[in-house]
Design a protein around this ligand. Structure first.
Ligand SMILES: [Zn+2]
Length: 436
């Protein structure tokens, strides 16, 4: 096994590979796993990313390897793109072919394997969409419990996928507030997986191993910026391999549902990613919806790839400017998987469609019921206002509750007499739907 350590991106202090460090104890900076120079990459006869076991930090602490056959994604030569741009070679690293459609699966494989091997029973994830979906899928496979926090602005397809895969889904107003809430969680046997978790980064490193194994002399790598974590992982892994390609970061210039995943709020991590790009001699390219659509159209008509605009957006870098070949475009995320299909899968058991009827108020009511166990309409009315600032007439609460009961999502559990009145208590009818 190689020797790995954690390096603080802020003060450059290094630490032994420890799992209790989520940030630098000295300065609070983010930590990335690193190693001394890797000379010869050798694959093992294993499945998924475990083919790179010898080069995965934390692998020494993993006894049970979880895989859904992530990684080993194709690096495809884009001859038609080369003709079109009059330069080449151009390669596409198609990360949308991972089990849940993004590179994140590489990280989830390491994270869940680590959890499984170290007595963790449950994983909590503050997510914008993809991270929660990926970790939930791997946790299902590993037999781990998941609680996923999503902002209510998450794309509906991500919401459905999470609902299908996670044990518990909690929807909050925005990413910042759910992050604050998650930071307060201290539960035994529970791991909170932030997007910058060093075990996720450990898995992301395998993307670079695969590129380098096939293409030693890559000059330019175009990476979707996202929250900056993939870009950091890519850059430091290249450095550990003794290579210094130019890194171009592509990011969404404004928030729009189509490209939301590449335009998250600025964060500390993102700032570090920007300095990596500068250090590599590259630059950041901002794309808007039109650019992303143009890229995905070009990719389909020239090369036959059907990638969603967000996934294809790295091609915008080439449309915008000449890049030093060989160029590798990392494409990731088929973000708009058919939500209606997934809705059908979720509702099959219930024999009724929930998609069209479940608005935010009903979701909140389900959340309240899952927190309270069983409760009565007046209390639901009160908590809707207290917890979520939703002020509606009491009779509308009754109506929502009736609808949810008709849909089979909640049930009457008890009737209590209070003076002349009868108070009806309700609870979730299917504990596995949204239990906590
Ligand atoms: Zn530090």
């Amino acid at each position: 096994m190689r020797n790995y350590y954690l390096e603080c991106l802020s003060c450059q202090k290094t630490y032994e590979l420890r799992d209790d460090l989520s940030v630098c104890p000295e300065c609070g900076g983010p930590l990335v796993p690193r190693t001394s120079k890797i000379e010869n990459l050798k694959e093992k006869e294993c499945t998924g990313i475990w083919r790179w076991k010898d080069y995965i930090p934390f692998a020494a602490n993993i006894t049970s390897e979880i895989t859904l056959y992530e990684g080993k994604t194709p690096l495809i030569r884009g001859k038609k793109l080369e003709e079109h741009f009059g330069c080449g070679p151009i390669y596409i690293k198609d990360e949308s072919r991972n089990p849940t459609g993004t590179f994140i699966d590489r990280g989830s494989a390491v994270l869940t394997s680590y959890a499984k091997s170290n007595n963790v029973k449950s994983i909590t994830v503050p997510s914008l969409g993809d991270l929660g979906v990926s970790i939930s899928a791997y946790s299902r496979h590993a037999g781990l419990h998941t609680t996923i926090y999503l902002p209510k602005t998450a794309p509906v397809s991500k919401y459905y996928q999470t609902l299908l895969l996670a044990d518990s889904v909690r929807v909050r107003d925005n990413y910042e507030s759910l992050l604050e809430e998650v930071k307060k969680i201290r539960l035994k046997h529970t791991l909170v997986a932030y997007p910058w978790d060093s075990r996720l980064i450990a898995g992301y490193r395998t993307l670079v191993y695969e590129i380098v194994k096939e293409l030693r002399d890559v000059s330019t790598v175009v990476v979707p910026m996202g929250n900056g974590v993939l870009l950091l992982s890519v850059w430091y892994t290249f450095l550990d391999l003794g290579l210094k390609p130019t890194i171009i970061g592509v990011r969404g210039s404004k928030v729009h549902p189509v490209i939301m995943d590449i335009s998250v709020e600025r964060s500390k991590i993102l700032d570090f990613a920007v300095s990596c790009v500068k250090e590599s001699g590259g630059e950041i390219i901002s794309v808007d919806v039109e650019d992303a659509l143009e890229a995905s159209y070009m990719l389909a008509t020239l090369e036959g790839f059907m990638l969603e605009p967000v996934g294809a957006s790295t091609l915008s870098a080439l449309i915008r400017k000449a890049l030093d070949p060989p160029v590798v475009l990392i494409m990731t995320g088929s973000t708009l998987k058919d939500p209606m299909m997934i809705e059908k899968m979720i509702t099959r058991k219930r024999g009724r469609s929930i998609a069209r009827s479940l608005g935010i108020t009903k979701l909140r009511i389900l959340e309240i019921l899952s927190m309270e166990g069983s409760t009565y309409p007046y209390r639901v009315w009160k908590l809707l206002r207290e917890y979520y600032g939703i002020s509606i007439a009491l009779r509308n609460v009754y109506k929502h509750i009736k609808d949810l009961e008709d849909m089979g999502l909640i049930k009457k559990v008890e009737e209590r007499r209070q003076g002349k009145r009868t108070i009806t208590y309700y609870s979730l009818s299917e504990p596995s739907f949204m239990h906590h």
